[in-house]
Design a protein around this ligand. Sequence first.
Ligand code: C2E
Ligand code: MG
Ligand code: MG
Length: 345
Amino acid sequence: MLLDLNEQPVEAATQSEIVAEKILVALCQVAVLESGEYHGSASIGAILFSDDSVSTDELLKRADIAMYQAKKSGRNTIRFFDPKMQESINARVSLGTVLRHALVRQQFSLYYQIQIDGASRPVGAEALIRWIHPVRAVVLPGEFIPLAEETGQILPIGQWVLESACAQLEVWHHDVLTRDLVLSVNVSARQFHQADFAAQVEMYCQSYSVDPSRLKLEITEGMLLENIEDVIVTMDRLKRIGIGFSLDDFGTGYSSLQYLKLLPLAQLKIDRSFVRDISTDPNDRAIVITIIAMAKSLSLDIIAEGVETEEERIFLADHGCMKYQGYLFSKPLPIAQFEELLKRC
Ligand code: C2E
Ligand code: MG
Ligand code: MG
């Protein structure tokens, strides 16, 4: 605790920052031990207070929040607590509370986004979750999936997604218009790393009499960072019964070619960020061409996501990518509208 700081908050903050900088420099000194040199760094959270209206516990909690903010900003730095930070944390906590009820209240829904081949025929769809919030209307997954991952709620939510997708495949099986479609389902890392994940998927396939080759699981590169051996075991087991895997957002994460060789993948999905800038950025064009060539040489299927213009589709087709998903064809739709769309294809 630093006492006798200036009465002006800005001045007091500057004084505290000078002390914090000195602490950071001191902690950054290299420690020479017998086994080698060691480098350390620190993240400092600070809070200014001038009276005792806030309890010690609360002060420490706020300093802690600021410290996490310092870590988030790249570590080895200092951050001051600011009420906006607290507001955003409060908002997340309350979102987390309502999210907990969303499943039992049946507020989730799957939307379907069509996937098209080179002859403009539908080949499948990606199932994308939506939270139909009574007040906030349709909440996109970007707003609640990361929170659900943090709190562990992604496990029951992910099971609901898998089960709903399998139930939909069972319905599709009885209609000539839909029986050949492949349905892609996003799986989050935490969900995939559960010991009984493969068993869950097998169980849903069985209970809804799903032909496993109609189900595709989308995984991301982030999932491959830990326990890669276990990931491969799970993938192999599911691949053996006919389930395909697509590597989503390809090129945005830590893509190791070593992984690509090891994983029993069926498909690479070119990330939207590369497709978006095809017409303006020569680097993105080069990346897209390279990804397509790489997929070809590894005998992997390839699909581009986020295709919004005819120009993008032509560029992709010219370079050998013959499957597309994006607003050019359709946005993700509720099931009834999706089936209407199929009838018009
Ligand atoms: P994703 O799997 O990469 O899904 C593609 C996202 O791009 C979707 O956003 C889709 O609506 C959007 N998109 C598709 N075509 C276009 C286009 O042409 N232009 C633009 N601007 N956007 C396009 P959405 O539905 O908001 O989903 C975001 C992410 O949330 C997904 O990214 C996926 O990572 C995650 N997600 C969605 N559903 C689930 C789920 O059931 N489980 C899990 N674990 N994650 C999910
Ligand atoms: Mg996806
Ligand atoms: Mg994606």
